[in-house]
Design a protein around this ligand. Structure first.
Ligand code: SAM
Length: 267
């Protein structure tokens, strides 16, 4: 099976209860809200989302910005079906989705270019070759356009310490391997985690202006530590979240579970 068929098959399976799991996870909701706020900081007339999943963000932005042209892609047929089913509920007719990966963009949406390209929650951790994928994205960006890209980060030090304390060192250092394997303990997803220095190097080699890197879940427990979240009082979780937001852009931000990058194509 080809690489993207494997990734698509993994997420086809994941799609069945993806939305249900998301709505039960307040940590994921909080992080997504922060990603959305970041996108909304600057105006855009047309946008592309890569890895739309069931369409949470594509539909959200299409609803609040009905005059914006919104395109979305995903390698998973089932995810595309879930997102497509939500499009008729929109007032605008400016939203379209297609099945495929970043490298297929010119075929899927020929002659289109965007003010904004965003990726939330992991689709760029499952590309065959990140420099090639980023070059494909850069090619679809208008001069002066912006990319808000999020990645599963390589150096999640809090998680490494926590897994060592739980006496699970094999879990602690999985992100440092060339092939990571994904979050699931039972299903393997050929994927890779990236350090901020790698993203910076690729971005600058493409003449993208590297404007900002922000870390998530540095002190605030990662979204997949459900049990830990349930044990910590909401007030403390909120304080940890606030602390994270304060240190997110500094050197400690490079050690978060997740990382957001704000890049601009030079005019
Ligand atoms: C963890 S899910 C996140 C979905 C959605 N962005 C969200 O925040 O809920 C990752 C999604 O990216 C898609 N994906 C993975 N690799 C991709 C690629 N190379 N190109 C396009 N979509 C991809 C998967 O099929 C999956 O739907």
């Amino acid at each position: 099976m080809k690489y993207y068929e494997e990734v698509g098959a993994y997420y086809d399976k994941d799609a069945s209860d993806f939305e249900k799991r998301y709505w039960r996870n307040p940590a994921l909701q909080r992080i997504r809200q922060a990603f959305r706020e970041e996108v909304k900081r600057e105006d855009f007339a047309d946008a592309l989302e890569v890895g739309i999943g069931p369409g949470f963000d594509l539909i959200h932005f299409a609803r609040i910005f009905p005059h914006t042209e919104m395109d979305g892609i995903d390698v998973s047929e089932e995810m595309v079906k879930l997102a497509t089913a939500k499009i008729p509920s929109l007032d605008s007719k400016n939203t379209q989705v297609a099945q495929g990966s970043v490298e297929d963009l010119e075929t899927l949406f020929p002659n289109r270019s965007y003010d904004l390209i965003y990726v939330f929650f992991g689709a760029l951790n499952t590309v065959e070759d990140l420099p090639v994928a980023m070059a494909c994205l850069e090619a679809k960006l208008k001069p002066g356009g912006r990319m808000v890209l999020t990645f599963v980060n390589k150096w999640y030090v809090g998680g490494m310490i926590w897994e060592c304390l739980k006496l699970k060192p094999h879990h602690a250092f999985k992100r440092l391997r060339k092939v990571w394997g994904g979050y699931s303990p039972t299903e393997f997803l050929a994927s890779r985690c990236y350090a901020p220095a790698e993203i910076k190097k690729i971005s600058t080699s493409l003449h993208l202006e590297y404007r900002k890197r922000e870390g998530f879940s540095i002190l605030y427990p990662a979204w997949y530590y459900h049990r830990l979240h349930q044990k910590i009082p909401n007030k403390i979780l909120f304080i940890l979240w606030q602390l994270d937001r304060k240190i997110a852009r500094g050197p400690l931000g490079a050690l978060g579970e997740y990382a957001l990058y704000d890049l601009r194509k030079r005019p």
